[in-house]
Design a protein around this ligand. Structure first.
Ligand SMILES: [Zn+2]
Ligand SMILES: [Zn+2]
Length: 275
């Protein structure tokens, strides 16, 4: 518990910067052929989104602290009305926060106005670890809002939220990196955890696959609610057809893209490999 407490005191922005350095170096060292200039440019575009996220940290922190203060001062929520061991409350809390993310992510894909903002993350045609931080700023508020709603309903402890965040950051980089993972990795904890190969399917251009594997840390929800799909990673075409071309991959275009009417290009033919 002491180690967890120590880890929880680290500034999440420092963790993100560390992860960017580690994964950028690994991808540079292992992947061949590599286009250094293109990769650096790609990282720079993603990093500009992270800069905004750093400035938004105060707002997100304020939202979380206000909510968890309300829960503890009023002993509000289901877990405050029934007696359960503390460790169980914390563990279930992590799962419940991921459960909220699953549904809010699913709404992102199904509600057109939400998709305009979420598609910035999906638009990346050359996915690598830095895609993990290519998120439109309002999405951070949106997902935090969902996580806090479920926290109030169940009376969660802020420790669950902090542990979730601590696991989330490396998980996002592991899921998005262009490093290849062997298929047997999926067979270990692939019934429970969102394995990188599963999240990569979520970035396939074909909407049949884009609208699947919504889980953040856990694939369990997709398996339970029928949204789990699989496709060999080497057959995946990343991004969105309507965002192809250098101009549409630039930060300047991406940041204004939610406010532009962009028609979604979908594959009309039924996709093969249905699961
Ligand atoms: Zn998505
Ligand atoms: Zn992603």
């Amino acid at each position: 518990m002491e180690i967890i407490n120590q880890l929880l005191t680290i500034d999440p922005n420092h963790i993100v910067i560390g992860l960017i350095v580690v994964f950028f170096s690994l991808e540079m060292a292992i992947i061949r052929p590599i286009n250094f200039k293109g990769k650096l440019n790609h990282l720079f575009n993603s990093f500009l989104f992270q800069l905004i996220a750093i400035f938004m940290g105060t707002l997100l922190g304020f939202m979380a602290i206000t909510t968890f203060d309300f829960i503890s001062q009023n002993e509000f929520g289901l877990f405050n009305w029934v007696q359960i061991p503390f460790w169980l409350k914390i563990t279930v809390g992590v799962f419940l926060i991921d459960f909220a993310d699953y549904w809010f992510h699913r709404f992102d894909h199904k509600i057109p106005i939400l998709w305009r903002f979420h598609r910035v993350h999906h638009s990346d045609t050359s996915m690598d670890a830095s895609t993990a931080i290519r998120t439109f700023p309002t999405e951070l508020i949106y997902f935090t809002f969902g996580e806090l709603i479920i926290s109030v309903i169940f009376g969660l402890d802020i420790i669950s939220m902090n542990i979730f965040l601590l696991i989330l950051l490396p998980a996002l980089f592991i899921q998005h990196t262009s490093l290849q993972y062997p298929n047997w990795v999926d067979k270990t904890l692939g019934w429970l955890i969102m394995m990188p190969n599963f999240h990569k399917v979520h970035h396939e251009q074909d909407q049949f696959y884009t609208d699947s594997n919504y889980g953040t840390l856990f694939i369990l929800w997709d398996r339970l609610f029928g949204t789990f799909k699989i496709k060999p990673v080497n057959e995946i075409k990343y991004g969105l057809k309507e965002f192809e071309g250098n101009k549409k991959q630039s930060f300047a275009y991406l940041i204004k893209s939610p406010f532009i009417n962009i028609k979604r290009v979908t594959n009309k033919k039924p996709a093969p490999n249905k699961v």
